[in-house]
Design a protein. Structure first.
Length: 95
């Protein structure tokens, strides 16, 4: 059974996104246990939602392969940036 390159890209980036999301959630829960947890700002929540929507958009709209790869990479990168910023807020509050 042969898969197209588009489908393989979607599966790969979705797996990376889910792995990073779980990784950062575990990291955030450890930081919450260590100290006082500041409330998440609306910008944080909306940024995570937008990055997930960007990832799901690639499943719904047929596009060229390079556009799929670019959108998926942007989605993963935006998740990393948002989560690292949130972790930085935790560390700044607890130091």
């Amino acid at each position: 059974m042969a898969f197209s390159l588009d489908l393989l890209l979607l599966i790969f980036f979705t797996a990376v996104y889910v792995f990073l999301f779980v990784f950062y959630l575990v990291k955030l829960s450890r930081l919450k246990k260590e100290g006082e947890a500041p409330k998440a700002q609306k910008a944080f929540v909306s940024s995570v939602i937008v990055s997930a929507l960007l990832l799901t958009l690639t499943y719904l709209v047929p596009m060229d392969t390079w556009i799929l790869a670019l959108m998926d990479a942007c989605s993963v990168l935006s998740l990393v940036i948002v989560m690292r910023e949130r972790i930085g807020q935790f560390k700044k509050e607890n130091s």
